[in-house]
Design a protein around this ligand. Structure first.
Ligand code: ATP
Length: 298
């Protein structure tokens, strides 16, 4: 019986590990709205570029056939530039980022990168070009080191440390009794919203993608953390083609273009100053947020 114990124990370990990884993957896919229906076409093109320009061309989209979410949405993000999307809750802002990552395919119109429709691109190569800092970062039940290195599994320890430093989370990690080996996630240390977002920023710095999607947290962070995250965002978005889904207008005053969405349509677009001068939707949102920086426009 004793002879059986070691292999059985090992099998138990393997089983737990697999279950754990599957649970993590499932959680991640659920959270990100993963859709297994999206498949590569035969001989899909491999995307391979350091400079990506993005075009949404008359995009219509519905999650369910009886309810259209996006209506003829068109915009460009030239390579290295930043476009920010604002608008009330449910307007369809995050849907834009899900479509760009190709969790879903558009119903009408198209999304292209450097002129190639994303439906013609190999999905793995497409996703390798995009770094996402989501609203709510999924942490694996593993060490904080693993959670950062996940952005680029071949990275060495020095690179992981550098990424943590750039994301301004290194000092926090050093202050933990077990440092980088500290277990996080549901079964470990719970991180705050700002700390989790920094882990995602560190992951993205390691991944070093030409395209960045930043989905700002809906819930307000304390204003110091928020200012710090904004500064980090500015740093990592430099020279990357960036789509920001914003809830606080202070995040996006410097964006190259701001899109204001209402019920799946772009109702206003331009730079911060122009939109303030226009004195319509954006200007009203801006006024509402003045005086209380922490109020979300939702
Ligand atoms: P928020 O500011 O609250 O994050 P948003 O503008 O990002 O909102 P989306 O998440 O893009 O809004 O959602 C747009 C609409 O699509 C909403 O009405 C939402 O209920 C619906 N929706 C989102 N995800 C799904 C889904 N997986 N299945 C069906 N409907 C969905």
């Amino acid at each position: 019986l004793l002879q059986l114990y070691a292999p059985l124990n090992f099998l138990g370990f393997v089983y737990r590990e697999i279950k754990h990884s599957l649970a993590d993957m499932e959680k991640m896919f659920n959270l990100m709205g993963q859709n297994a229906e999206v498949k590569d076409i035969e001989a899909a093109q491999i995307l391979n570029t350091q400079s990506a320009s993005i075009r949404f061309d008359h995009v219509d989209f519905s999650y369910e056939s009886n309810r259209q979410i996006l209506h003829a949405v068109s915009f460009d993000i030239p390579a290295g530039k930043t476009v920010a999307v604002v608008g009330s809750s449910g307007a369809g802002k995050s849907t834009l980022s899900r479509l760009l990552y190709r969790f879903y395919d558009v119903s009408q119109g198209g999304i292209s990168i450097n002129g190639v429709d994303v439906r013609k691109l190999n999905q793995i190569s497409l996703r390798a070009h995009i770094g996402i800092v989501p609203q709510d970062t999924v942490l694996f039940n593993d060490s904080i080191y693993y959670n950062i290195a996940y952005g680029q599994p071949s990275a060495n320890r020095n690179e992981v440390i550098q990424a943590a430093k750039s994301a301004h989370i290194y000092e926090f990690i050093q202050s933990l009794p077990e440092g980088f080996d500290t277990l996080v996630g549901e079964r470990g240390l719970k991180l705050s919203g700002g700390e989790k977002q920094r882990v995602a920023i560190a992951r993205t710095i390691l991944k070093n993608p030409p395209i960045l999607i930043f989905d700002e947290a809906t819930s307000a962070l304390d204003s110091r953390t928020e200012k710090a995250i904004q500064a980090e965002l500015k740093e990592i978005s430099t020279n990357r083609t960036t789509l920001i889904v914003a809830h606080r207008l202070s995040t996006i005053a410097e964006a190259d273009e701001i899109l204001v969405m209402e019920q799946g349509e772009i109702v206003e677009r331009g730079r911060h100053r122009d939109l303030l001068e226009l004195g319509a939707h954006y200007a009203r949102m801006w006024q509402l947020q003045q005086g209380d920086e922490e109020v979300s426009i939702d």
